[in-house]
Design a protein around this ligand. Sequence first.
Ligand code: ADP
Ligand code: MG
Length: 225
Amino acid sequence: METILELKGIHRTYTQGTATLEVFADANLSLNSGEVVALVGPSGSGKSSLLHIAGLLEAADRGQIFIMNKDYSTAKDAAKTGARRDLVGFIYQFHHLLPELNALENVSMPQMIAGAKKSKANERSAYLLESLGLAQRITHRPAELSGGEQQRVAIARSLANRPKLLLADEPTGNLDPETADLVYGELLSLVRSEGIAALIATHNPELAARIDRTVLMQGGQLVST
Ligand code: ADP
Ligand code: MG
């Protein structure tokens, strides 16, 4: 089995004025291909910070971040940018779709930035959007979509470049419970069909229960439950 993400001894503090807040003291995690892991913990426990570090958006104070066995903790910005584009998909609580583009264009954009031809990109986008039940919505702009539909487009966009690793930060946190449940199920089945590793932050224990493994943020460490 292939290790996709490995976090070793991650340490992170925030300094504000004279106060220092230690978010993690020694966080360790290993994620294999095809594995879907829930990251749980109360609000403020450091879930978003950990995902930002794992996704190379933020640096840790200490520790190593391996993606596909390459250590990015000491890598140059260009290598990190390349890894974020080619290896990692992100989903946030808010969709961050481009308002002037329709659903298909929003999903094709990252593929074209990565060098795909428009026709190939659109084919992949249509497949992903159809898998998420949006076949009738591909020409709609974000403002013409419901919250659940917008989040489904964000899911499709995160998977567009066939990432090895998906990082999702409370991806259904803004949706009503019924829609959250549906969208979450669709996300899980798509992640499984793509065979990728996923780390999904959620503070909803019912959602976490539908996943392979749960890690809990506790006292600055990650505890397997
Ligand atoms: P979660 O996603 O679990 O709610 P976060 O990772 O957002 O937690 O935050 C963890 C802690 O770090 C919180 O106490 C938060 O206030 C603090 N924090 C997060 N980002 C910053 C920042 N940029 N500057 C200072 N403190 C921060
Ligand atoms: Mg958060």
